[in-house]
Design a binder for this molecule. Sequence first.
Ligand code: BGP
Length: 463
Amino acid sequence: MLDKNFLWGTATASYQCEGGWNEGGRVPSLWDEYLHKNNLENGDNASDHYHRYKEDIRLMKEGGHKAYRFSLAWPRIIKNREGDVNQEGIQFYHNIIDECLKNGIEPFVTLFHWDLPQYWEDKGGWAEREVCDAFVRYAQVCFEEYGNKVTFWSTFNEPRYYVFSGYKIGNYPPGVDDTQKTIQASFYMMLANALTVRLFREMKMDGQIGIVHSYAPIFGVDNSLETKIAMRKADNYFNNWILDTAIKGEIPIDMLSILNEKYDLCFMKVEDFEAIKQNTVDFVGLNYYARALIKPYTDGETILRINNKGKEAKGSSKVVVKGWFEQVFDNPDSTYTEWDTEIYPQGLYEGIMQAYKKYGIPIYITENGVAFYEDVSGEKSVDDQGRIHFLNAHIDAILRAIEDGADVLGYFIWSTMDLYSWKNGHEKRYGLVGIDFENNFERKPKSSFYWYKKVCESNGATI
Ligand code: BGP
């Protein structure tokens, strides 16, 4: 039997659902600037959660949710590099948190889900130490404001995805391919994580603090030694530099020594390593969409190509890290979404078991879900049986892992409602609640919403 306090919920992120991008004293984030400048589909209005959060939280309650994972927007809370606080922004999150508590929903709060204020991006963004220090000051404001209401805090959502996409793949802002900056930004985010954990302890906060990782459990195409070596390198690339660093306080030394041959690591200071060693997280959030199936590197330059276009680019994803490994996107035995994401629930079971054996701390599955093209314009709600099937199989994987001893304490579906998907726009739909973006953002719960209500209310017994 599952513990009665298991947190069943759904998740969003500020930029992706709020809208109201220039309201209530919010200043631009790097996403506003980048998407506006490049004339790309943006989240100016997103799902209009900024104006409709009460309706959304009421729907969560109706849907049986025990928890809601969302993020605070730094650009709503801190106005400028001097650190001036925007009271209207502060109040907005008090309102959200209070509304959750009033409805018996546990707020599960992320401090940073990618919307860096543009005024810090102008100073070099996460590749600079100054931003790391500014993040800790921002965290302090949030702890002081919301600390007596919030139990579950996460420092970062998916540092790996943010950094690699922005600084190496170049498909997210700042949109560059610069390995030195990739290393710096990765390090400063992990340092900021440790310094924020230290602050959390110094302030004697009630509650727990963790980090959320885009988890790609590593699988090999065969059992050869070459594949095993490639898998280790892939594990460092995808997972270890976040998880080992945040949970064990150790950056993988084999990774550092390879990087040290070609790049300048002098910016890493002895006291930084000490801070990382001493300030580790209480729990880990794992976002699971798919495993990474790995084969040995053959030849050619590094290619990191992610399909952000959907069906028109299906099959175009390619990941080759020169000298390290290649990722397989065309396994004939697998099915893939229109965005090249493999559907592989067993990867979640095995990933949880591996992570729990290795780290032994509580795990929350902080995101899991599947995207489809869906027409929500009609009178009838969307009958998303494909999503129900996907979620059912993944929750089953979690329940099996718990039965086999893993300490998984919560599960959050991505996403609460349809929202803006980074670079993919609004047509990549993940929500349990459909949003009719063309028709006054009307909320239309899908079949999966009612299915999940039963799962939450029966504490997983209906799986
Ligand atoms: C995770 C992010 C989310 C969300 C999700 C789906 O990496 O934490 O913010 O976007 O992935 O990804 P996408 O929108 O690219 O399909």
